[in-house]
Design a protein around this ligand. Structure first.
Ligand code: PXG
Length: 461
């Protein structure tokens, strides 16, 4: 069946797509042969493809459509802004109302003294900005040797040279000569995969201590900053043990280094507060924002910086900026998105009502014979698939194979869930209803059962 708005058969669109479109994170030759799923429209938490399938999007696009699809207010604001002022730069002593309003709103919502915003169009760009920002900060403070940024293995901070270098994905580093110099990676707080015989509490603390070890090893006079997500998203929704962040905060307080908290996924209500830093009681000097800032309706991102950092950076010309920094249409749409999140009480509703409901349901998945741990904070959750819950063993064969099989079964059940290795993750729109959560769980259970049957049949246990 074809969607009414789509005049072309799916196969034709797939063929034309494969002929000229190179897709991210894809083996394009293979994808071209198989044919990409063509998405035609979306409403609420559902997306529709050109074959007429309605899929429950438990990933909110790519962790970003926080207010859900189909909010006409955002389209109206974009249209109005495009007719008034579609573009102007902010490089040469000029500014405009949308960016003034958005910056004020963000300063009000961001914790403590995080009151100043530098904009880009993507989380990757914002993290590239952060690299230059913290190095320039220390140079202006008369400590130019403080250049090294400490990050974590299996972190995701973007796909640009800087962003991918900060990230700890080795399969990304192996392409294109990464990481760039002066990026140092330490262990991630993933107890399930890396915790060994330690309790989660012991592991949380000892893993946090690796930051102090790295500062000692590198020399405090060389370290500019530590960067981390409150909860690793693309790494598999890795919820750190409760002992982790307090120890990291102590180490950052005890040492002269800046703390960059990457809120690209955790920001704008995902964890039940405006920012993950608030949920996990972290005090950043800089926060990276993107995704939920505009709910993905426009490409916009930024670095929110503290008064102290802004004062120092302001002392000299910062030779950095993008053509689309502070883009008026993107800023106007982001402002409207955040207004809706605020005025409709969406973040509060997540914290008080819908996240507790999701948690109750999601944690029941741990009863499934193939699910080791089930984790959820706010509206982001994961399950670790395993053949043995007690030993936390991986499956026989290639890591990640079972995750991909499960993802395919999710598609068949009209559910979009992402696989990260052998973890299945969700991050649904924040406006998802209780009935839609029930449907999500129903479909996830079907997919898990089918995957379990496949795994047993093919000797992967
Ligand atoms: N930081 C974090 C924490 C992210 O999750 C970025 C930075 C980069 O943002 P941009 O806008 O440059 O993509 C991200 C992006 C996945 C996946 O497969 C996740 C992201 C991007 C692409 C794929 O989970 N996160």
């Amino acid at each position: 069946m074809n969607n009414a708005k789509n005049m072309f058969p799916t196969e034709e669109l797939q063929r034309r797509n494969a002929a000229h479109h190179v897709q991210p994170f894809s083996a394009n030759t293979e994808l071209g042969k198989k044919g990409a799923r063509v998405i035609s429209n979306a409403e609420g938490v559902f997306i529709t493809d050109t074959d007429g399938n309605q899929l429950l999007d438990a990933m909110a696009g790519l962790w970003c459509v926080n207010i859900g699809y189909g909010r006409k207010e955002l389209a109206d604001v974009a249209a109005r802004q495009m007719s008034e002022l579609p573009y102007y730069n902010t490089f040469f002593r000029t500014t405009h109302l949308p960016v003034i309003e958005l910056s004020e709103r963000l300063a009000r919502l961001a914790p403590d003294d995080l009151n100043h915003v530098f904009y880009g169009s993507s989380g990757s760009e914002a993290n590239d900005t952060n690299i230059r920002l913290v190095r320039q900060y220390w140079a202006l403070k008369g400590k130019p040797s403080k250049q090294v940024i400490i990050s974590r293995r299996n972190a995701y901070h973007g796909s640009t040279m800087g962003g991918a270098s900060l990230g700890g994905m080795t399969y990304m580093h192996s392409q294109g000569g990464l990481p760039i110099p002066d990026i140092h990676h330490i262990e991630q707080p993933d107890w399930w995969s890396c915790g060994g015989a330690q309790t989660p509490e012991e592991f949380g603390k000892s893993t946090a201590k690796k930051l102090e070890d790295a500062i000692d090893f590198l020399g405090e006079n060389r370290v500019a900053a530590f960067i981390a997500e409150p909860i690793q998203g693309a790494g598999g929704v890795i919820v750190p043990p409760a002992t982790y962040w307090p120890e990291i905060q102590r180490i950052c307080d005890d040492h002269e280094i800046l703390m960059i908290v990457d809120e690209v996924i955790c920001g704008f209500g995902r964890t039940g507060n405006w920012f993950g830093s608030q949920t996990l009681d972290i005090r950043p000097d800089i926060m990276t924002i993107a995704k939920g800032l505009s709910s993905g309706y426009q490409p916009i991102a930024g670095s929110i910086i503290s008064d102290a950092v802004a004062d120092v950076i302001g002392m000299d010309e910062f030779n950095h900026g993008y053509t689309y920094s502070s883009h008026p249409v993107a800023a106007a749409v982001a402002n409207e998105n955040v207004r809706i999140l605020e005025e409709e009480g969406i973040v509060e509703n997540v914290r008080k009502t819908i996240a507790p409901y999701l948690k109750d349901k999601w944690l029941t998945l741990a009863d499934h014979p193939m699910v080791g741990e089930a984790k959820v904070v706010g509206m982001m959750g994961s399950v670790a698939l395993t053949p043995n819950k007690d030993t936390r063993a991986p499956f026989n064969g290639e890591a990640g194979k079972v995750g991909l099989i499960c993802r395919e079964h999710c598609f068949e059940a009209n559910l979009i869930m992402r696989a990260v290795g052998d973890r299945m993750v969700i991050s649904p729109p924040l406006i998802i209803s209780e009935e839609e959560i029930d449907l999500l769980l129903e479909r996830a259970s079907i997919a898990l059962d089918k995957t379990f049957a496949y795994v047993k049949l093919h000797g992967l246990m």
